[in-house]
Design a protein around this ligand. Structure first.
Ligand code: ZN
Length: 417
């Protein structure tokens, strides 16, 4: 079966696509209203200049979403979210929060006493991925297929990712993109590009907080995952069924929330530490070494009976440039670089049934032709309502501020250098 037939789209979207395709021929590099127009911009300064996208502006104006980059409370007027909260309460175990929401990227669990038996399968404590609580599936930390790398990137959409996404497209390479809801709201056309390019989209929370540090009340009432799912649905037109906890910080309580929302938990086996480059003692050479170690392991047969996952990011120009720098070596060291959904045969990656991923065998035997699917909400926005811009992002306390744009200026230059 051809992938183009697997990647079907709604009739209404098809009409929009046809119209957009016709429009694209006359689109200029300055078009900031369509996914296609935005994807043509390769000047990072221009890419990272905030723009307005009508569906997002309208939703924010109607208070349908929490403030961007905040811990997401269920909104008082959001009866759907409140009903969802009520419906999942009984599925959440009475596990206490761990530590406090840290100001630093590395968490703050000082003074928190936790039994060495790891009763909650807390990944941050001992990389536990097999829940102790009945009814929860193990996290996906490695992929089952031999010589296979589950290929994906966290923290997008990055406003200046066009050169990186162009590179992936030129190599016909698909990946799993773990998107932060606030970034999706800030950069909706960049988010749409992932689906248009045929990547798989998973959830990476609304505002990138340590999930286990939320109090019970917060975890239940501030359903960080629900709003990012709704943001992705609003902007891209699909509802993901997978998520990755920021910093890997997950326990059985948080897994239960995710499970109740229909999200599979995806972790990793190796950390490139690309996200920490320039912080603490982590240098670019360290990140290079982490990539090289993974490549060496692949070459020496470490993954001959089962594949793996390494944590990598589209966080900034460095992390994206590293991905490009090592792509060819990864591609030759592993037999297969595929999205997580392909590696695990999740052929229906979204709640909506009109999108499909190929099976692993279809990829492995080259019996499919990769192609992008439709942009779910590419009807275009010409509204000139309030921008979701720098003011929102400036309040974020760390990682997301890096992701806000300025740090990535020069990425295109770096890649070409
Ligand atoms: Zn992250």
């Amino acid at each position: 079966m051809r992938l183009s037939s697997l990647f079907t789209s709604q009739p209404a979207v098809s009409s929009a696509l046809i119209a957009t395709t016709l429009f694209t021929s006359s689109v200029s590099a300055q078009d900031r209203t369509t996914e296609q127009g935005e994807a043509q911009i390769t000047d990072p300064n221009q890419e990272c200049t905030a723009y307005s996208y009508a569906p997002v502006s309208a939703a924010l104006a109607a208070n349908e979403f929490p403030a961007i980059w905040t811990v997401a409370d269920i909104l008082p007027n959001d009866t759907n979210a409140q009903a969802k909260y009520q419906s999942i309460q009984s599925q959440i175990p009475n596990i206490q929060p761990k530590g406090t929401q840290p100001a630093s990227l590395l968490g703050d669990f000082s003074g928190y006493s936790y039994p060495s038996s790891d009763p909650d399968c807390w990944w941050t404590y001992d990389q536990c991925t097999t829940p102790k609580l009945a009814g929860l599936s193990p996290d996906l930390a490695a992929v089952p297929e031999p010589d296979t790398l589950g290929y994906g990137f966290d923290d997008g959409p990055n406003c200046s990712h066009n050169v990186f996404y162009d590179y992936l497209s030129q190599n016909n390479q698909k990946a799993t993109m773990f998107y932060i809801g606030s970034n999706v709201m800030d950069w909706p056309l960049e988010a749409q590009r992932a689906l248009a390019d045929g990547h798989e989209i998973c959830v990476h929370t609304w505002s990138h907080k340590y999930m286990t540090s939320l109090t019970n009340s917060q975890a239940l009432r501030r359903v960080l995952l629900l709003y990012v799912m709704q943001a992705i649905k609003l902007v891209i037109g699909v509802t993901p069924t997978c998520w990755r906890p920021p910093f890997g910080d997950v326990d059985d309580r948080v897994r239960s929330v995710a499970h109740a929302l229909g999200l599979r938990t995806i972790i990793w086996q190796y950390d490139s530490n690309d996200w920490r480059e320039g912080t603490g003692s982590i240098t670019a050479a360290d990140v290079d070494q982490n990539y090289e170690n993974l490549i060496s392991r692949a070459q020496n047969g470490t993954f001959a009976t089962g594949g793996t996952i390494m944590l990598t990011h589209e966080l900034n120009n460095f992390t994206m440039a590293e991905a490009v720098k090592f792509y060819t070596q990864l591609k030759s060291a592993f037999k297969y670089l595929v999205p997580m959904g392909v590696a695990t045969n999740q052929t229906q990656p979204y709640v909506e049934t009109n999108y499909s991923l190929p099976s692993f065998d279809q990829c492995a035997t080259n019996t499919i032709i990769w192609s992008g699917s439709s942009s779910g909400s590419s009807s275009g926005a010409s509204g000139k309502t309030n921008s979701t811009g720098a003011a929102d992002r400036a309040s974020f306390d760390g990682l997301g501020m890096l992701a806000a744009g300025a740090a990535f200026v020069g990425f295109a230059v770096k890649l070409l250098a």
